[in-house]
Design a protein around this ligand. Sequence first.
Ligand SMILES: Nc1ncnc2c1ncn2[C@@H]1O[C@H](COP(=O)(O)OP(=O)(O)OP(=O)(O)O)[C@@H](O)[C@H]1O
Ligand SMILES: [Mg+2]
Length: 245
Amino acid sequence: MIQVIDLHKTLGTQEVLRGVSMHISPAQTHVILGRSGSGKSVLLKHLVGLFQPDSGQVLVDGEDISKLHERQLGPIRKKIGILFQSGALFDSMSVSDNIAFPLREGGITDPEVIRTRVAEALEMVDLAGEEAKMPENLSGGMRKRVGLARTIVSRPSCILYDEPTTGLDPIATDSINHLIRRLQKRLQATSVVVTHDMKTAFHTADRIAFLHEGAIYFEGTTAQLRASTDPVLLNFIEGRSGESD
Ligand SMILES: Nc1ncnc2c1ncn2[C@@H]1O[C@H](COP(=O)(O)OP(=O)(O)OP(=O)(O)O)[C@@H](O)[C@H]1O
Ligand SMILES: [Mg+2]
């Protein structure tokens, strides 16, 4: 579904991506792990054309999107939904208007259709009936789920999740992890989950990639990652910094 080929990107003076290649297969959940600042969010933004690479390609269903202009990206954005790390809700809009936003942008105007689709999306994220609330009155976990409802309301065939569980308590995290699996089954969507939470990684992944020093250092199944004896991977999985007191 998505193929990333030898992606390079320098931001400021920093070479963030230094030859990233990866293959995202349809109807699977791919987890991208990596330390904070390793370029996970930057990589994800290349997959929807929010960043253009300095060199390399991003193929979506065979089409190279890396050189498309903003106005040519509409069909790609319909195909691929992204849940931003920050949630990125519009604070002045109700839950319902936030979720309806991509539908209205896509030219849907029938209020009945919008109402039904919003209710359906809220139901999928376990927030049925919360249409009227304002973002400031939501907990962190609810904000993530509203963001997710907005991502899935346009029925994308691929969903990108940027840190879906960061900042949530263990139970809310577990509930989002289940939700990611459920949505994948229900929508038959391809999913890419960026995280540094190992629990989320092992719960949701069919395959796991580890981004390190600007490139994919490891790619394989969760079983392969668990069996690895590579010190870089082990330190990350077990959360060791190598420092002593
Ligand atoms: N728009 C930008 N302009 C300049 N530098 C940027 C920009 N976006 C990201 N960077 C830099 O690129 C590097 C990678 O950032 P990125 O947000 O992809 O990290 P990350 O792996 O997602 O980290 P985290 O786990 O903390 O979210 C960082 O050093 C960051 O400062
Ligand atoms: Mg990030």
